[in-house]
Design a protein around this ligand. Structure first.
Ligand SMILES: [Cu+2]
Length: 505
């Protein structure tokens, strides 16, 4: 209570003394601080600092609209960017200014969130927080500097639109990238239900609300309650600490194609292939492997790590990994096994000297999937991106809460927008302790920043938190504005597992 009487002048004096962090931490809603909004002058000033003189401008047009896609011969009605899934790949170089004019031809409002980009706050695409929604028929131009190289993607931050076909890669190349490759190939993985036997994400959410996690089973793949005993959803994984997901999707896609009509990457024998793996799914983690090959992991969530070789990796929704594969002569399965869901997404790696008729079986499960697995503790950041050791100015502890029966999800027992914001101030080192008190894993994503994992120190913007687990991350609050911190399960986000990291002054 005492803190609410502090006037602005006294606050500024305190701000220089180091006492302010403790004060603010205990004064949620403190009337003497005000939020640094997306339209604040400091946001525009920082963007100017990101723009180097002579920076190249990359301009693109994008249309979000209903369309029909071909999934192994089935014509499926959905929503997409530019008639394809994924949408058109955007590629630019670090330092470029990206200008994307979005035309909304969807029957409902939309926005675009540029996932992982340390973006200016007013271009972050969170409706009613950083911009109003873009109405049907309206046009909005996103424009921002690309401060960091890496593998990113973009998608709506509106309702359940991400679980349709509205997603696409955004690749920011670094001309001085120490990782070289002969081929640079993006692989976007997605779980798919839209338009299959009349399903839509909205109907699925209604189902989940009515029947809890049970709504995810039994429908499309004919699961029975008996076969699903033991886990609410019937889909369980030791790697994910229990329930793997809420929805048993009928299809899993790599680059918009199901295993029956796989995406094929054709390269010369011995080519060094950089695979940029993006999990754009809504409710599925994938175990990724390439048959007959080891994977050299070079980046996670866009940021470089000390390269490490493994057989397989687990990728949660919103996470990205860059890996190098040296292609052996032949035809090899690229597999993203839907973790805990007993089905796969698949593609093909083919060398130009391979027999034309050779093809892996569409349901091939390479032994690498059960080989050496990448762990977060294996991820050591490259020196250039290691967060310097520094005293923590402020710690926020949050609990991930909710349950499958009521199908409500939240943070500290409150669903967004009722959840309490996490106040920070520009320039602080912030520690987040994220404790999962629910019975299901959650991939937690922070907008506008990358954080360092306490374990190993890798820079990421999305981290999987298993049931009962606490993940601690640290970040430098260096991008003023209002930023979402949320679960990247599309349905959990829609049900409120979100809060705001709120810059205050
Ligand atoms: Cu979640």
């Amino acid at each position: 209570m005492a803190s609410s009487s502090i006037d602005r002048r006294r606050f500024l004096i305190l701000a220089g003394s180091g006492t302010v962090a403790a004060l603010l931490a205990s004064s949620c809603g403190n009337s003497s601080t005000s939020p640094v909004e997306a339209n604040d002058a400091t946001v525009a000033r920082l963007e100017q600092q990101r723009r180097k003189s002579g920076a190249r401008s990359v301009e693109r047009q994008l249309v979000a609209a209903p369309t029909t896609v071909d999934l192994a011969g089935r014509k499926i009605a959905t929503w997409a960017y530019g008639d394809t899934i994924p949408g058109p790949e955007l590629r630019a170089k670090v330092g470029d200014i990206l200008r994307v004019q979005l035309t909304n031809q969807l029957p409902e409002p939309t926005t675009i969130h540029w996932h992982g980009i340390a973006i200016r706050n007013d271009m972050d695409g969170v409706h009613d927080l950083t911009q109003p929604t873009i109405s049907p028929g309206a046009v909005f131009t996103y424009e921002f500097a690309l401060a960091n190289a890496g593998t990113y993607f973009f998608h709506p931050h509106t309702a359940l639109q991400l679980d349709r076909g509205l997603y696409a890669p955004l690749i920011v190349e670094d001309p001085n990238d120490p990782v070289t490759a002969d081929v640079d190939q993006v692989l976007v993985i997605d779980d798919w239900l839209d338009g299959i036997d009349g399903a839509t994400p909205e109907k699925k959410l209604t189902d989940l609300r009515q029947r809890g996690g049970m709504g995810g089973m039994g429908g499309m793949n004919g699961g029975t309650p008996a076969s699903n005993a033991g886990a609410m959803s019937g889909m369980s994984s030791n790697l994910l600490g229990g329930d793997a997901g809420d929805i048993d999707y009928p299809l899993h896609l790599i680059n918009g194609r199901p295993p029956a009509d796989p995406a094929t990457v054709t390269v010369a024998s011995r080519a060094r292939v950089r695979l940029r793996i993006i999990n754009a799914a809504s409710d599925t983690a994938y175990r990724f492997a390439v048959g007959g090959h080891r994977l050299t992991i070079t980046h996670t969530d866009g940021f470089p790590i000390r390269p490490i070789e493994v057989d397989t990796l687990l990728i949660g929704m919103g996470e990205r990994y860059d890996v190098i594969v040296t292609a052996l002569s032949g035809v090899w399965p690229i597999v993203a096994a839907a973790e805990g869901k007993n089905t796969i997404a698949a593609g093909v790696l083919r060398t130009t000297d391979a027999t034309a008729s050779a093809a892996p079986s569409p349901d091939a499960r390479p032994t690498e999937l059960d080989g050496q697995l990448l762990h977060y503790s294996d991820l050591v950041p490259a020196e250039s991106v290691t967060l310097d050791a520094r005293r923590v100015d402020r710690t926020h502890r949050i609990d991930l809460t909710g349950d499958m029966m009521s199908y409500t999800w939240g943070i500290d027992g409150k669903s967004y927008p009722k959840s309490s914001p996490l106040n920070v101030a520009d320039g602080e080192r912030v520690r987040l302790e994220i404790r999962n008190k629910s019975m299901m894993w959650h991939p937690i994503h922070l907008h506008g920043h990358s954080f360092a994992l306490s374990e190993g120190g890798a820079r990421k913007d999305t981290v999987n938190v298993l049931p009962g687990e606490t993940r601690t991350v640290e970040l430098d609050a260096d991008n003023p504005g209002q930023w979402m911190l949320h679960c990247h399960n599309t349905y959990h986000l829609e049900q409120g597992m979100a809060t705001i990291m709120s810059y205050r002054r």
